[in-house]
Structures are given as structure tokens and as C-alpha cells.
Design a protein around this ligand. Structure first.
Ligand code: HEC
Ligand code: HEC
Ligand code: HEC
Ligand code: HEC
Ligand code: HEC
Length: 268
């Protein structure tokens, strides 16, 4: 990898803080008493940008699964003093940071190997990986991966930064944007029908109906959708769409069977 660094303002992620206005008064007692990052940061109320970061994490799947700050940022989660705890932590704009554009693929990829494998095969990684230019993980999984850019409009804006702008980095490519948007819609539709089916399974179990076969088929559809999501990260959309649509079809069949069991009788 050639260490060429392009300092373009393409990425609008975590611009932060010339300010150090925090007062060190909050080594409070928290839900994870052994993790000093969480303990200290949950009590920080100023500056706003820093405080908000805690809440981004607090409402994330990572918090739910016990993936604490140090898992992504590094540092020493046993040390109580700031300087010691922060040893090895750099702002995300610094190439040494574990959450810099160049390093995210390894940091996040350590726990998400299937996504990593697809991503490193993408044109983006091959052509842009060594520059740290987007789109990398946090470009789409905003704010420390507590949400995902899903809407067609958002993804359009995001990809347009390089693929849509007149006089931009690359020739405008409306077809590419359209494919990306449709692929997202088809992932989203498959998500939707599986959630519907999950609710019906719950309803069936409340009524003590036997839905073992449906649960099994639902798992197969879920697996297919998970693979489609992993493969999305290679940015080759046709196979992803095909898989997502198959997951949708299978999910729809299971959903319809469940409807018949849970709410038998004629349909309108
Ligand atoms: C899943 C990995 C992950 C976890 C867990 C995580 N972060 Fe982050 N964090 C990131 C990434 C990636 C960025 C840079 C991208 C961005 O701006 O969102 C970031 C940015 C930040 C920033 C902005 C400063 C900068 O360097 O850009 C702060 C402050 C921060 N995180 C604090 C925390 C705190 C405090 C916790 C725990 C309560 C935490 N993070 C947990 C991945 C994570
Ligand atoms: C005793 C309190 C305390 C502890 C412990 C602590 N932090 Fe911080 N952290 C702060 C304060 C205060 C700031 C803002 C000022 C600064 O950067 O020193 C901050 C800033 C940060 C930033 C933003 C850095 C930047 O350059 O923008 C990150 C990321 C971060 N902490 C992560 C962590 C992680 C990960 C841990 C655990 C390994 C941790 N912190 C432990 C108080 C703490
Ligand atoms: C220490 C392991 C670990 C690290 C590091 C990590 N994650 Fe995760 N992540 C998990 C676990 C566990 C889950 C929940 C189970 C799952 O969906 O795989 C998860 C879930 C997710 C999800 C799904 C969220 C949802 O709403 O379902 C996304 C997206 C994600 N991580 C992105 C990232 C990104 C981006 C990074 C790096 C900035 C990262 N992860 C770093 C362990 C990790
Ligand atoms: C161009 C946008 C984009 C980029 C870049 C991106 N992702 Fe994703 N990611 C998505 C979308 C869209 C989904 C599907 C979300 C959904 O429908 O639930 C997703 C799903 C995921 C999931 C959940 C998979 C599952 O089984 O549910 C994980 C984990 C994840 N991404 C991690 C990463 C990591 C790690 C990186 C960087 C190597 C990354 N993503 C880069 C858009 C992106
Ligand atoms: C930072 C700039 C940048 C952003 C943002 C970006 N791309 Fe790219 N993309 C590139 C570059 C550079 C290439 C490689 C072009 C080449 O090989 O000629 C590429 C290649 C691709 C390719 C392969 C095209 C081909 O002909 O092989 C696809 C598909 C793609 N991008 C989709 C997307 C999508 C979808 C988004 C939005 C989520 C996006 N890109 C955002 C810079 C970017």
C-alpha cells in the first residue's frame, strides 16, 4: 500500500474539539464498573460534542453486546486517570487512530470478518484503501455504528460525492446510484417481511400453535439475508439483490403460512 495521503474534505465525520472545558468530577458509579472509559465518559456533560458521543454509544447495539469504547478506540480501560487511560488513543483524523479511515477495516473487521472479506475485495478498498478516503465503515454506519444510512436519498447523496458530482473525482454515474438505491430497497424490504414473520411467530407461540417448520424456514431466509448484507460491502450489487429478493420471497411464503395458522379463515 502506497502511503499517499489525500487531504480532501470528503468525509464529514467526527470533526471535534479544540476545546478542553471538561471538569474532572465524574468518576461515577456506572453499569460497567470495571470499565473506566464508560464510567468516566458517561458523566461528562461538556463540551457538547464529547458528551453526545457517549449517548451515540449508549443507544447502540455495541453497548447492548458489551462492546466498550476501548474495543474500537484502544487505550487502557482499567486505568482511572485520563492520561493513562488515553495512552494509544488518537483523534480519528490521525492516521494512528484505530478508528481512522485507513484502520477501521481492521478494527471493525476483527469482529465482523464476513463484512471485512467483502469490503477488502471492493473497488473502493483496492483503489482507495491506502488513502483512507471513503466510503469506509463509519461513512455509512454513522456515529460509531449506532445507525446505518439506509434511505435512498441519503445513500444517493453519499455516493454522489464521488460518483455524481460534475467535475468531481469520477465521471457522473446515475446508473450506479440507481443500482445502489434499489439494492438498499430490496435489503430493506426483505428485512421488513422477516420482522413481520417474527411477530407472527410470537403470536403463534402465544396461541401455542406448532410452528417449528415455519421457524426453521424463517432461519434459512434470515441466513440468506445476512449473506446478502455481508456481500453488499463488496459493492457488486446484482448478486446482493438476487439474494435479498430470494430472502424476501422465502420470507413472504413463511409469513403467508403463519398468517393462515394464526388467523385462519378467509382473507379479504
Ligand atoms: C464500534 C466501535 C466504537 C465504539 C464501541 C466506540 N467508538 Fe467512538 N468512534 C468510533 C469511530 C469509528 C469514530 C470516528 C467516526 C465518527 O466520527 O463517528 C469514533 C469517534 C469518537 C469520538 C469523536 C472523536 C474522534 O476521534 O473522532 C469520540 C469522542 C468517541 N468516539 C468516544 C467514544 C466513547 C466515549 C465510547 C464509549 C462510550 C466510544 N467512542 C465507543 C468507533 C467506536
Ligand atoms: C477519567 C476520565 C476519562 C477516562 C477514564 C477516559 N476518558 Fe476519554 N476523554 C476524557 C476527557 C475529559 C476527554 C476530552 C479531553 C481530552 O481529550 O483529554 C476525553 C476524550 C476522549 C476521546 C476523544 C479524543 C479526541 O482526540 O478527540 C476519545 C476517543 C476517548 N476519550 C476515548 C476513551 C477511551 C476509549 C477510554 C478508555 C480506554 C477513555 N476515553 C477513558 C475523559 C476520560
Ligand atoms: C469487539 C467486537 C466488535 C467490534 C470491534 C466492532 N463490532 Fe460491530 N458488532 C459487534 C457485535 C457483537 C454486534 C451485534 C451482533 C451482530 O450483529 O453481529 C455488532 C453489530 C454491528 C452492526 C449491526 C448493527 C445493527 O443495528 O444490527 C454494525 C453495523 C456494526 N456492528 C458495525 C461496526 C463498525 C462500523 C465497527 C468499527 C467502527 C464495529 N462494528 C466494531 C461487535 C463488534
Ligand atoms: C456504503 C455504505 C456502507 C459501508 C461503507 C459499510 N457498510 Fe456495513 N452495512 C451497510 C448497509 C446498507 C447494511 C445493511 C443494513 C440493514 O439492512 O440492516 C450494512 C450492514 C452491516 C452489518 C450488519 C450485518 C448483519 O449481519 O446484519 C455490519 C456488521 C456492517 N455493515 C459492518 C460494516 C463494516 C465493519 C464496514 C467497514 C469495513 C462497513 N459495514 C461498511 C452499509 C455500509
Ligand atoms: C471517496 C470517493 C468515493 C465515494 C464516496 C464512493 N465511491 Fe464508489 N468508487 C470510488 C472509486 C475511486 C472507485 C474506483 C473507480 C475505478 O476503478 O475506476 C469506485 C468504484 C465503485 C464501484 C465499482 C465501479 C466499477 O465500474 O467497477 C461501485 C459499484 C461503487 N464505487 C459504488 C459506490 C457506492 C454505492 C457509493 C456510495 C455508498 C460509493 N461508491 C461512494 C470512489 C468513491
Amino acid at each position: 500500500m502506497g502511503g499517499r495521503i489525500l487531504i480532501l474534505g470528503l468525509w464529514i465525520g467526527g470533526a471535534l474539539l479544540g476545546v478542553r472545558s471538561w471538569v474532572g468530577s465524574s468518576l461515577g458509579i456506572g453499569p460497567q464498573p470495571s470499565n473506566s472509559c464508560v464510567n468516566c465518559h458517561q458523566g461528562i456533560t461538556t463540551p457538547l460534542e464529547l458528551s453526545q458521543r457517549y449517548y451515540d454509544w449508549h443507544l447502540s447495539v455495541h453497548k447492548e453486546r458489551g462492546v466498550t469504547c476501548d474495543a474500537c478506540h484502544g487505550g487502557d480501560s482499567q486505568a482511572r486517570a485520563v492520561q493513562e487511560a488515553h495512552r494509544g488513543i488518537f483523534p480519528s483524523s490521525d492516521e494512528r487512530s484505530r478508528v481512522h479511515g485507513k484502520t477501521q477495516v481492521e478494527t471493525c473487521g476483527a469482529c465482523h470478518p464476513e463484512v471485512r472479506a467483502a469490503y477488502v475485495a471492493s473497488a473502493h478498498y483496492v483503489k482507495l484503501g491506502s488513502t483512507g478516503l471513503g466510503p469506509f465503515c463509519s461513512t455509512c454506519h454513522l456515529n460509531m455504528a449506532n445507525s446505518t444510512v439506509r434511505s435512498a436519498a441519503d445513500i444517493g447523496a453519499l455516493c454522489s460525492r464521488c460518483h455524481g458530482a460534475e467535475g468531481g473525482l469520477l465521471p457522473p454515474n446515475p446508473q450506479l446510484l440507481k443500482n445502489a438505491q434499489e439494492t438498499l430497497l430490496s435489503l430493506s424490504r426483505a428485512n421488513g417481511v422477516l420482522i413481520w414473520a417474527d411477530r407472527l411467530v410470537e403470536a403463534a407461540q402465544e396461541k401455542r400453535l406448532d410452528v417449528a417448520g415455519e421457524v426453521r424456514d424463517l432461519e434459512a431466509a434470515r441466513r440468506l439475508l445476512a449473506e446478502a448484507k455481508w456481500e453488499w460491502h463488496a459493492f457488486r450489487f446484482e448478486p446482493v439483490r438476487a439474494k435479498a429478493d430470494r430472502a424476501f420471497e422465502q420470507g413472504t411464503k413463511v409469513k403467508d403460512r403463519l398468517m393462515q395458522k394464526v388467523y385462519p379463515g378467509p382473507r379479504l
